[in-house]
Design a protein. Structure first.
Length: 144
């Protein structure tokens, strides 16, 4: 995915936001080695609260022996700015899911201009549906 962005935009992205299940620690190490300036934002897997003490000791030992890039990533995700950046991901996640459920999957047109037009039409339709729902909810609140 990053290679495709790099090919199309002639530069690599500065940051990557991903699900906790989409990124492994090996992936993060690989990104660090391949794309030095890119920061990865994905929630790290934590030790379970119900874990046995022996498991917790093993988890802590594993953390102590991690490479610096993983320590930086964990520190970034534990910080308030890191959590804020990752939280903004939900702003696009839900609209993309809604649009995909309304047929915005595979492009049936060719050419960048036509694809851009289809994307804009889906975005406008999404905004209209959202605005109508908010107006209806506001009218319900005012009527009550």
């Amino acid at each position: 995915m990053v290679t495709e962005v790099e090919r199309r935009c002639a530069r690599s992205p500065l940051r990557l936001l991903a699900d906790s299940t989409a990124m492994t620690e090996e992936d993060i190490i690989g990104f660090y080695e391949s794309y030095k300036g890119m920061k990865v934002y994905a929630p790290p897997k934590e030790c379970s609260e119900t874990a046995k003490p022996e498991s917790r000791v093993g988890y802590e030992r594993k953390l102590a022996g991690e490479p610096d890039c993983l320590k930086d990533w964990r520190e970034r995700m534990a910080s308030e700015p890191g959590r804020t950046v990752y939280a903004r991901r939900s702003r696009t996640e839900h609209p993309h899911a809604r649009m995909k459920n309304c047929g915005f999957g595979r492009m049936l047109v060719r050419g960048l201009a036509k694809v851009r037009t289809v994307c804009l039409l889906h975005a406008v339709a999404h905004n209209f549906v959202l605005a109508a729902a908010r107006r209806a909810a506001r009218a319900d609140c005012l009527a009550a």
